[in-house]
Design a protein around this ligand. Structure first.
Ligand code: AMP
Length: 513
């Protein structure tokens, strides 16, 4: 699709939104897979002044409900191939829940509700409504453009308001840092709405530079390698587990003459981010994939760090980069709020031109997430080198990073506790060779309860599959820290001890504070 076609289509859609009475002040709940319509819809919504939440395609009603409850959307845009939208049952539930949902459009819909018809600039009726869009126009530059999804660590998934100005700034600067140009052919094989894929520099960075975005349904080598060779992809953004799979697949192909070889020679840059990459994998990327590596450590809340294209290779292999901007303020602090010397581990606190100022309608979370100077605590444990590069060495926030997909422990624990036989629940991270981490639920239950029943319980609540505990372990009581909180460190340490009661660890650490 050319840029001219993209513009005609998203403007057609924006005008039709306007004609339907939707504009500034409205919000939209969007759930689309990796497809061109995702970007056309996003651009049209921004143009019309409608602020969307772009849910991930693997989210289910549990997640969509919590987003809808927060933004009260007037507009829903979804895909009929997603089982939740195979008929209008869930749409009716959403309407009852949100009180002002007036319009629902579907990729793969029919007639009136077919997104394709709304996007098609060749259909009649656009001339009369073109002026009204210009009248309403986008929201002001410093107002909310859209809501990004927080990786989160609280019971209810939080929303990150992003303004036009802050997002545009981070996109423009990222495109420059990553050397994007009209020759860039960027592969988006992870969920398109994720901050990494959208703005670091992501598809929006590529659009800014006038390059080409190539979409894939998933990051598996079997899916991506033929696409890379067919579309002469020059750059890809991956999570560490995908990098591992790509490395293994190329090495296997090299050692097995019978296997199919795909031409990956156009690849110039592979970005890795979203979770910690093993240093050994990072070092293998140039040798095995024949391209440069860039580490990215970013967050939907704002701050993004990149290793630079001209950094010393040792820096690229062993750090997660330095901030985009000289105006990004980064502090590495101890539990008393004091700055720690370079090279020592501390909690990351940041403030800067494109870092958000607060979660949407979440005063409690905001009180905990910011200090009185407006510094945001990301919940990451980092070390800073004298060069300003950061190393991510752990975290204090209570989440599981399952191959880049974040699971807030509290969200799943709250849902587990809704099972009548569950008395206590704690979700912890378990090391995993491929994904880095998987989840284990420790359960104190009344009477006989099987893991499969808990799984069914969560499925019935409409929880996204990646959030279902990979493992369930029943115990007699949850261990407590000195201050009486669940001691997750003790749980993790004792993972293999089956159903024995686990003793509390009294030593406070950043993870138990
Ligand atoms: P999200 O907002 O979903 O992008 O999640 C942001 C969080 O992902 C960060 O606060 C980190 O905990 C984690 N993260 C992102 N990039 C990296 C990385 N390169 N290495 C380690 N953790 C990362």
């Amino acid at each position: 699709m050319s840029y001219a076609e993209v513009e005609q289509r998203f403007l057609a859609l924006a005008r039709r939104f306007s004609a339907a009475g939707l504009g500034r002040g409205d919000t939209a709940l969007v759930q689309l897979p990796n497809c061109a319509e995702f970007y056309l819809t996003f651009l049209a919504l921004l143009q019309a002044g409608i602020a969307p939440v772009n849910a991930l395609f693997n989210h289910k009603q549990n997640e969509l409900n919590t987003y809808a409850d927060q933004i009260h959307p007037s507009l829903l845009i979804a895909d009929r191939s997603q089982p939740l939208f195979k008929d209008d049952h869930y749409v009716e539930l959403l309407k009852a829940r949100t009180d002002n949902l007036s319009t629902a459009l579907f990729r793969g819909g029919s007639g009136e509700d077919d997104l394709e018809n709304w996007i098609d600039p060749s259909l009649d009726g656009l001339q009369d409504i073109s002026e009204s869009v210009i009248e309403n126009g986008p929201t002001d530059p410093d107002q909310i453009a859209f809501f990004q999804l927080s990786g989160g660590s609280t019971g209810t998934p939080k929303l990150v308001p992003r303004t036009h100005n802050d997002y545009d700034y981070s996109i423009r600067a990222s495109a420059e840092i990553c050397g994007l140009s009209q020759d860039t052919r960027f592969l988006c094989a992870l969920p398109a709405p994720h901050n990494f894929l959208l703005s670091s520099p992501g598809a929006l960075g590529v659009f800014h530079a006038g390059g080409t975005v190539v979409l894939a349904a998933n990051p598996d080598p079997q899916t991506c390698f033929p696409i890379i060779s067919r579309h002469k992809v020059t750059m890809a953004a991956l999570v560490p587990s995908a990098v591992s799979m790509w490395l293994r697949s190329v090495e296997q192909a090299q050692s097995d003459p019978a296997s199919e070889n795909h031409d990956l020679s156009t690849l110039e840059l592979v970005q890795v981010g979203g979770a910690s990459v093993a240093e050994s994998d990072a070092r293998r990327v140039p040798k095995v994939l024949g391209c440069a590596l860039q580490q990215v450590f970013g967050m939907a809340e704002g701050l993004v760090n990149y290793t630079r294209l001209d950094d010393d290779p040792e820096i690229v292999f062993t750090t997660q980069g330095r901030p985009i901007s000289a105006d990004d303020e980064v502090r590495v602090i101890d539990e008393y709020g004091q700055d720690v010397p370079d090279g020592q581990t501390g909690m990351l606190a940041t403030r800067g031109p494109y870092t958000f100022r607060g979660y949407f309608r979440s005063p409690e979370a905001n009180a905990k997430s910011f200090d009185d100077q407006g510094f945001y605590f990301s919940g990451d444990l980092v070390q800073r080198l004298p060069s300003g590069h950061l190393r991510v060495v752990g975290r204090v926030k209570d989440l599981i990073n399952r191959g880049g997909e974040k699971i807030a422990a509290e969200e799943i624990e709250t849902l587990l506790l809704r099972h009548p036989q569950v008395i206590q629940a704690a979700l912890v991270a378990v090391e995993d060779v491929l994904l880095g981490e998987k989840s284990c639920a420790f359960i104190v239950a009344q009477g006989a309860l099987r893991p499969v029943a808990l799984r069914r319980h969560l499925v019935e609540l409409g929880v996204a599959d990646y959030k279902l505990p990979d493992r369930v372990q029943f115990i007699d009581a949850l261990p407590l820290t000195a201050v009486g909180k669940t001691d997750k460190r003790a749980l993790r340490r004792n993972l293999s001890y089956g159903s024995a009661t686990i003793k509390a660890d009294k030593t406070p650490t950043p993870e138990t504070l």
